[in-house]
Design a protein around this ligand. Structure first.
Ligand SMILES: Cc1ncc(COP(=O)(O)O)c(C=O)c1O
Length: 360
């Protein structure tokens, strides 16, 4: 990598960027900034045969205040502001069976005094675990739909029923803010990271984040708006999208919504597709290894579906020697930890015990 390291230039003033983000209506859900912590044991283990470790930091967006945290709580501050402005009292949302987004949405709605009805794609498992368990604990009304089509019909009929019962429903799937809200949220999160590292006399060389385009679009906007020369490496957990074009489109839509005069092109987007493994939702060998490495060197719990695969990208690239002693890598931990409980069998073995760097 060529980007900056220790002893950075003084940070530019971010107040203009923040004033653009402030154009979006917002409710407060989480405490900011989320912590950022260095991962020196991980850096050492990854560089055991090479002099000159890059420094690795973890931005703890798994610690975003509510219901076991995650990246969605940041964008819910914008999305639910719109819900509140429509004076809704019930949020109805259709998502996947083990959705991190669903769990965080229910928590956020609870905080705002809104009822949540979830329509999850799939059927109720015999053993309720992970995000679904948290959905129940948080008090959501949970329905199951066999297909996307049935899910859509159920969203509409539950909204009708809510109306007939005197309620004011808001179908969150029809709220057009998801992309822009996520990108604006991670534009802001990037400024947080820049300030947190600056306080230590550091500047990032490269970000890694699990990305299907939305949050990454915000980091790409931050790259352009700050001009600070850091790289952004998204690592996708799904093969569903063409990430360069999707991410650029979301960045441009967000720029427009924020009143920013700029255009991002798809050749500016870096997203690695080779860490998906067998497919979305299926743990990969490299992802499992990365989850164990973070846990066993730093005590930080990732997950095998999103963050583990992103971490596998970081691990592979550091091992390849892409970074040097002057590099500062920021891994953005986007949450997803409840998935560990639905994939419990992955962790009940001891083959990685030798990766421990300290004696108990
Ligand atoms: C834990 C986790 N990381 C990353 C992502 C991807 O986020 P985005 O859609 O903003 O790219 C998700 C999305 O569901 C997620 O749950």
């Amino acid at each position: 990598m060529t980007a900056s390291t220790t002893g950075p230039e003084p940070l530019p003033d971010f107040s203009v960027i923040r004033s653009h983000i402030a154009k979006l209506p917002r409710v407060k859900l989480i405490e900011r900034p989320t912590p950022i912590t260095e991962a020196p044991n991980l850096a050492r283990v990854l560089n055991h045969d090479r002099p000159g470790n890059p420094r690795i930091f973890i931005k703890r967006d798994d610690l975003t205040s509510l219901a076991l945290g995650g990246n969605k709580l940041r964008n819910l501050e914008f999305r639910l502001a719109r819900t509140m402005s429509e004076h809704a009292d019930t949020v109805i949302v259709g998502l996947d069976l083990q959705s991190n987004s669903a769990r965080q949405t229910v928590a956020a709605c609870n905080k705002l005094g809104l009822k949540t009805i979830l329509v999850l794609e799939g059927s109720k498992p015999n053993v309720v675990q992970g995000n679904l368990l948290m959905d129940y604990l948080l008090g959501a009304e949970v329905h199951f739909a066999a297909t996307r089509e049935e899910q859509r019909q159920m969203l509409d009929s539950l909204a009708d029923q809510t109306r007939k019962a005197g309620g004011r429903p808001h179908i969150l799937n029809d709220n057009p803010m998801f992309d822009v809200a996520s990108a604006a949220a991670y534009l802001e999160a990037t400024l947080e990271v820049l300030e947190q590292l600056d306080a230590e006399g550091l500047a990032p060389s490269c970000f890694y984040m699990s990305s299907s385009g939305k949050g990454q679009a915000g980091i790409v906007l931050a790259q352009r708006l700050t001009g600070l020369g850091f790289a952004m490496h998204g690592v996708t957990a799904t093969s569903e999208f063409h990430l360069p074009s999707r991410t650029a489109a979301i960045a441009n839509e967000t720029a427009k919504a924020l009143g920013l005069d700029l255009v991002i092109t798809q050749d500016e987007i870096v997203n690695f597709g080779e860490f998906v493994g067998a497919g979305y939702g299926v743990p990969s060998e490299a992802g499992i290894e990365a989850v164990k490495l973070f846990a066993r060197t730093e005590g930080v719990i990732l997950d095998p579906i999103y963050t583990g695969k992103a971490a596998a990208g970081l691990v592979a690239h550091v091992r390849e020697g892409r970074f040097g002693a002057n590099d500062v890598i920021v891994f953005v931990h986007t949450g997803g930890t409840p998935a560990n409980f639905t994939w419990g069998d992955l962790w009940v073995d001891d083959t990685m015990a030798t990766q421990r760097t300290t004696t108990p």
